[in-house]
Structures are given as structure tokens and as C-alpha cells.
Write a protein that binds this ligand. Sequence first.
Ligand code: ADE
Length: 245
Amino acid sequence: MAHTPTSDGRAPWRALVLTLFPDMFPGPLATSLVGTALTAGLWSLDMQQIRDFGIGRHRAVDDTPAGGGAGMVMRADVLGAAIDHARRTAPDLPLIYLSPRGEPLRQPLVRELSAGPGAMLLAGRFEGVDERVLFGRGAREVSIGDYVLSGGEIAAMVLIDACVRLLPGVLGAADSLAHESFEGEQLEYPQYTKPREWEGLAIPDVLLSGDHKKIAAWREAEAQRITADRRPDLAMAAKGPNKGR
Ligand code: ADE
């Protein structure tokens, strides 16, 4: 795929996914804001089929775990070859292995990756990948949450979506980014729109008052209340001496 610069002269943000299931892509990434940005060339998406580097007539990519146990493990030699091949076309992309064991994907990491050239995303299947390839190729392990998916592909899509929406020109109003959950240090305040009353429920008066100072104060208080209620961990972090999440 050609990687022509965007109108502001930057190279498009690049996602390169190493997977056994390239047909899962672009999937939801072809839709809405992120899909429009893909068509517009603000970012690019390439898949590398891991099986192309499989061993033997059956192109085996996995084998039984050393030391015994259930399931299969993806082979280091196969993955090493796939990564090395991908790196020849994308030498500057950080390698990320999606895994429930990884560092949590939070907005500061999303911002960091979004500000860079892109990401090479290794999507595992089975019981996992041979540890040596993660060490040998310097992979950063990232988790999208404390639950186990059947493979890394959906996690890769989550990471890509979160990064792409931050790229310049993808979201219309930059202001909508500044106020939303996690861009600051608390969850977002409640939103309302027409009708003014719905099923006996009214929009809070303050929002219709036209008093922008009062509205801002109400929103701040609501954001604090919701954060303390739902995510006391975030509320503590925002109050604490070390705000550097
Ligand atoms: N692969 C399987 N589960 C995952 C998770 N929670 N995060 C990232 N990758 C995964």
C-alpha cells in the first residue's frame, strides 16, 4: 500500500496487524469517523498473515507447551519471521502484543501511541505466544481490560480506534476531546438534548439558564460526583499528590 503524506505533510498514522485472521479487518474500523479517516488517508491499515511464515506443508504456527499443560502456544520462530518481515516495511513502528497480561490500555498510552508513527500489533490466539519472541523482538504487552478474549484481534481494533480518533482532522471539534472522560482526570458529566421533557423527566434547569458560569460549575460537580461514585480509584488519583497517570 502506498503511504502518501496527509495534507498537512505528515505521514499517515500506520496500523500493521499480525494475525491469523486478517479477514476480521477492517471490520468496525471501516465505519463512521474512523472509517472515513481511513478512506481519506489519515491513517492506513495493513494485515500480515502469520500463517505465511508457518512451518512445513501444513504451515504450522503453534505447538504444545513446553512443560505440558492445556492448549497450544504460538511458535517463536514463526512469529519472529513474521515480525522481521513486517519490520522491513515498517521499521519505525513500536511492536505491541495484545494480551490480558499486559499494561492496561489507558488514555495516556493511547495519546502516546497516537502521537507516534503508528503501531505494529501482534494478535495472538491459543494459549499465548512463546515468551522468547516477546523478549527477542522487544514487544510491549498491552491489555484492554481484566477479562480474557479469544484472541488479540478485537483488542487490536480497540487500540486502533482509540488512537485514530485522536489524529488531527479525525474528530471535528477539538473541544469535544478536552471535556470527555479520561482526557481530564474524571468521568464525563451527564448530557441532555431535546425534548425538554421526556417521559416526565426534565432537563436540569441550570442547563437551560444560559448562565455559562453556573453551567460549568454544575458540570464540574456532576463529573466529580460520578467519578467518586463509579471510579473511586480515579477520584483518588485526581486528588493525590501524584497526578501523573
Ligand atoms: N487478548 C485476550 N484477552 C485480551 C485482553 N484483555 N487484552 C488484550 N489482548 C487480549
